[in-house]
Design a protein around this ligand. Structure first.
Ligand SMILES: C[S@@+](CC[C@H](N)C(=O)[O-])C[C@H]1O[C@@H](n2cnc3c(N)ncnc32)[C@H](O)[C@@H]1O
Length: 221
């Protein structure tokens, strides 16, 4: 059994998405997998989101809140950051983390990406990291459409996903350590999926060691 499967939960009543049940194992896995570069990678993602001081931010599939907290630092004390995830244990872990000085408050709530219980146009910036591959393929576009719906016109989206390595050794390591959906993640279709959700793709690239990102905007109306 791949190590990554050890932290997954059983079937969830609200979503067929694969949830994380053990936040401590997830944090350990993240630390080992990013080999000391996790903080730098996710701080870079927060910058790439384009979120400004005072923004209202949503982090979809926030897990333990690793990116959520970095978004809170990015938008500063006048901003507000909401994290949504279906898994109560990861939300409890996120809520237990201290607010950093100079950061926005973070609020965490249970919810699912494919049917966000949040009002239209209520966020300036939406981010999501390593979540889409936890959904069955058929729910990825509905989830991105929901992210568009809750963004205000002119608001920004940042999607970050795991990019499986090209090298033979890298592939062996990833296959041994992660679940199938991660090892076979198709980041080459991500830009098209974001565009199909009605967003304007404005950029994309890699954040080493493992991430591919897409930047997009909801058009002004
Ligand atoms: C690999 S973790 C990523 C967590 C966090 N974004 C990060 O970068 O560390 C994937 C997360 O997606 C969540 N998830 C699974 N199904 C979901 C759904 N339908 N809607 C939102 N999140 C979901 C899981 O519970 C888990 O916390």
């Amino acid at each position: 059994m791949p190590l990554g499967s050890l932290m997954q939960g059983g079937p969830h009543p609200d979503t067929p998405g694969v949830t994380i049940a053990s936040p401590r194992t997830y944090e350990l896995f993240g630390a080992v997998f990013f080999a000391g570069r996790r903080d730098r990678a996710f701080t870079r993602l927060a910058g790439l989101s384009g979120a400004g001081r005072g923004d209202r931010v949503l982090d979809v599939g926030c897990g333990t809140g690793y990116l959520t907290r970095r978004m809170a630092a990015q938008v500063g004390p006048d901003g507000a950051v909401t994290g949504v995830d279906p898994s109560p244990p990861v939300l409890a872990h996120a809520r237990g983390r201290k607010r950093r000085p100079g950061s926005a408050p973070c609020t965490y709530r249970e919810g699912i990406a494919e049917a966000l219980d949040l009002p239209d146009a209520s966020f300036d910036t939406v981010v999501t990291s390593l979540m889409l591959h936890h959904l069955p393929e058929g729910l990825r576009l509905p989830a991105l459409r929901e992210m568009r719906r809750v963004l205000r016109p002119g608001g920004r989206l940042l999607v970050a996903e795991f990019r499986p390595p090209n090298s033979h050794l890298g592939r062996l390591l990833v296959h041994g350590g992660t679940a199938h959906a991660m090892a076979h993640n198709r980041v080459d279709v991500l830009d098209g999926l974001v565009a199909d959700a009605g967003l304007e793709v404005s950029g994309h690239g890699d954040v080493r060691p493992w991430l591919y990102y897409v930047q997009a905007r909801r058009a002004e109306e």
